[in-house]
Design a protein around this ligand. Sequence first.
Ligand code: PMP
Length: 417
Amino acid sequence: LNQFIDIATQKIRAKRMAYFGKHPDVYTKIYAYTRPNVLKALGYYPYYPKIEKANATQVTIDGKQKIMLGSNNYLGLTNHPKVIEAGVKALREYGSGLTGSRLLNGNTLLHDQLEEQLADFVHMESALVFSTGFGTNFGTITTICGPDDLIFSDEYNHASIVDGIRFSGARKCKYKHNDMQDLEEKLAFSDPKYPRFIVTDGIFSMDGDIARLDDLVALSKKYPSRLMVDDAHSFGILGPRGDGTAAHFDVTKDVDLIMGTFSKSLGCIGGFISGEKLVIEYLKHHSRTMLFTASLPPSNVASVMAALRIIQAEPERREQLIDHARFIRDGLKSLGFDIGESVTPIIPIIIGKDLKTFQVWKDLMDAGVYTNPIVSPAVPRGRALLRTSYMATHTRKQLEFCLDMFEKTGRKARIIR
Ligand code: PMP
């Protein structure tokens, strides 16, 4: 109770300060912000977990082991001996970092080699490596598009795309999630004298459904537009060789830009954009998230290269992952959970209300299952969900245990009967 009184007092004090203050203050919203404290007082604060130890499928928090269903380490490569070995070797050879932009002092042979390998892997002419996936989307869109352009963007696209569009100054046209009819109406209505750009996630990060890239290609031809796909969650997962969404639909030659991150199936950090050589060259010399930030440490680049080799050499990892995801989807569906349109290793459990979602999250955590509660603005208000995601390296026994816990907590919360 005392905690709630403190929170209420904080709000009143902030309002009073705003009212009686001599000047408007940019800090007013900060002083009035109480959401994390409310969650802490309720015992439902899920953020900034204090992970003490992590191997791919299990983490230790507060001395207790949890099965990790909350990471993007889809192929379980973060702890692969070859990925670690490659990183350690480069760490010894190059040191801990390059302390500068790739343009000036921060480029190595490794960065260039990785770019060649990535372009080759996704069947594009050329690729460019950025220090984060967020910076890749942001830096690509803000460089390629400007105030005279029209950008058509799926309403569920990632924040890095949304912010890139906003900062580019282009006119934005948001279409309903994966709704080709809505997009076509908007394209048909648009003034053809403005250059058009369509952008979509490949696998949608919260819902685990796949963009209808074949239809998007058709529309981009009917209403001439450039087309970009964000393969953050599809790289290493979709496609006959893990080569992404365009390969999955066999439309690579009709997609202009393929983006990927190193922070998911590749188990590291960083991102890349790939496409026509001239476009990549232009981005290399104009994109501000490329020019004005320090380059990836060579150890990280070397680990990414090792992970990419494993993806190519061990397709059975991808097959195992697909099999695990199918097992969980079937299990959740037969228990009566709403898992939306997921067809990938990202499987949401849609709950609806924020508070109930936090309650179920907490019960699962106490039972030894780590999931991520997702509320607005990451998903629309009233559509709160638990995001669960799976790894090739989970064991069937771990997954069976998780399904048991989903059933117990789901019944307790009356999400299922
Ligand atoms: N695009 C999508 C679809 C993502 O889900 C993410 C990360 N969650 C990013 C881009 C940004 O990537 P990174 O975290 O590697 O910066």
